[in-house]
Write a protein that binds this ligand. Structure first.
Ligand SMILES: *[C@@H]1O[C@H](CO)[C@@H](O)[C@H](O)[C@H]1NC(C)=O
Ligand SMILES: *[C@@H]1O[C@H](CO)[C@@H](O)[C@H](O)[C@H]1NC(C)=O
Ligand SMILES: *[C@@H]1O[C@H](CO)[C@@H](O)[C@H](O)[C@H]1NC(C)=O
Ligand SMILES: *[C@@H]1O[C@H](CO)[C@@H](O)[C@H](O)[C@H]1NC(C)=O
Length: 276
């Protein structure tokens, strides 16, 4: 109990001291460079707002300058710089707005300006087809549906095993996908039945890890022949039917000619009878 109250008292004193220092001289200024704010995601179609968040800096006392990739930013019709809350605002950001942003104190302390760096990154992950069928001996090609600036790390797995361990290196190639993301395209040549399985690309960005998976089935060469075998069987059956039909017709014609003959005979008989 006593210990807790001592801590509370110390904390209270600390608060007073902290508040005092915030109103103190420039030399006591501190920059809060901690926290997840150092990386900011850019989403196309959504406004981008970047706060400098130097917690101890009185915004009215100090002016901030903004830089992007070390080039000074000015307010214009695309980028709004707000001094009152130390932030910048881009209403309709594009892929080109990614980069390293820096806010820096201007005036007040010319010798040693305080600064904070905020990395703005872009990451777009699309859906991947749930499954795919490839023919034995053919090529398997899977694209990891991602675009990022800077490019994210991409790692491939088959049934939770690293792809390099799961597939013979002579059959495996990794190359950039159509958004030019390194390792974004997986290619397996000469697919075998054992290549059936769950393929996953893991996307590793600065902040998080995402996954996309696809189940691949391998159709055996004989399975690929089934349709042809089907057609063949169909043709044989048709042939037999036609054969039987033709045979029956021939027989029917033969029988018919028999009766004709009979009639002729009857006619002959009639004639004969008439002759008699
Ligand atoms: C400033 O950063 C701190 C620590 O990351 C966070 O708790 C706080 O909400 C931030 N303030 C603003 C105005 O963004
Ligand atoms: C900063 O202030 C401007 C103008 O008052 C406001 O539009 C904007 O939303 C504010 N930004 C932040 C991050 O608070
Ligand atoms: C990989 O494939 C090559 C060529 O088909 C073969 O010579 C080699 O033994 C295979 N390696 C493994 C580990 O299966
Ligand atoms: C494939 O693997 C991923 C990641 O390990 C998992 O989330 C998913 O459920 C698996 N899909 C199938 C069909 O097994």
């Amino acid at each position: 109990m006593r210990r807790t109250s001592v801590f509370i008292l110390l904390g209270f004193l600390g608060l007073i001291y902290g508040a005092g220092s915030a109103h103190g001289t420039d030399a006591q200024l501190e920059v809060d460079t901690t926290g997840g704010d150092a990386i900011k995601m850019l989403y196309i179609g959504f406004p981008l707002s970047i706060s400098c968040n130097m917690t101890n800096v009185e915004s009215t006392a100090l002016q901030l300058q903004w830089f992007k990739n070390d080039i000074k930013l000015e307010s214009d019709d695309r980028i709004k710089i707000f001094q009152e809350n130390s932030s910048i605002y881009i209403a309709e950001p594009s892929r080109d707005d990614v980069g390293e942003y820096k806010c820096q104190t201007a005036g007040g302390i010319p010798d040693d300006p305080l600064h904070k760096i905020i990395l703005v990154i872009f990451l777009e992950i699309r859906k991947m087809d749930k499954s795919k069928v490839v023919t034995e001996g053919g090529d398997l090609i899977i694209e990891c549906p991602v675009e990022g600036h800077p490019p994210p790390g991409i790692q491939w797995y088959k049934d939770s095993e690293l792809i390099a361990d799961a597939i013979n290196g002579t059959q495996l190639t990794l190359q950039p996908n159509d958004k030019e993301m390194p390792n974004g395209l997986l290619k397996v040549t000469g697919v075998q039945l054992e290549h059936r399985g769950n393929y996953t690309c893991a996307i590793i960005s600065k902040t998080q890890k995402y996954e996309r998976s696809m189940f691949v089935r391998v159709k055996g060469v004989y399975a690929a022949l089934w349709p042809f075998l089907g057609i063949l069987v169909e043709m044989i059956v048709l042939g037999i039917i036609i054969f039987i039909f033709e045979k029956r017709r021939a027989k029917a014609e033969f029988d018919e000619s028999d009766t004709d003959q009979g009639n002729d005979q009857k006619a002959d008989n009639n004639r004969g009878q008439r002759r008699k």
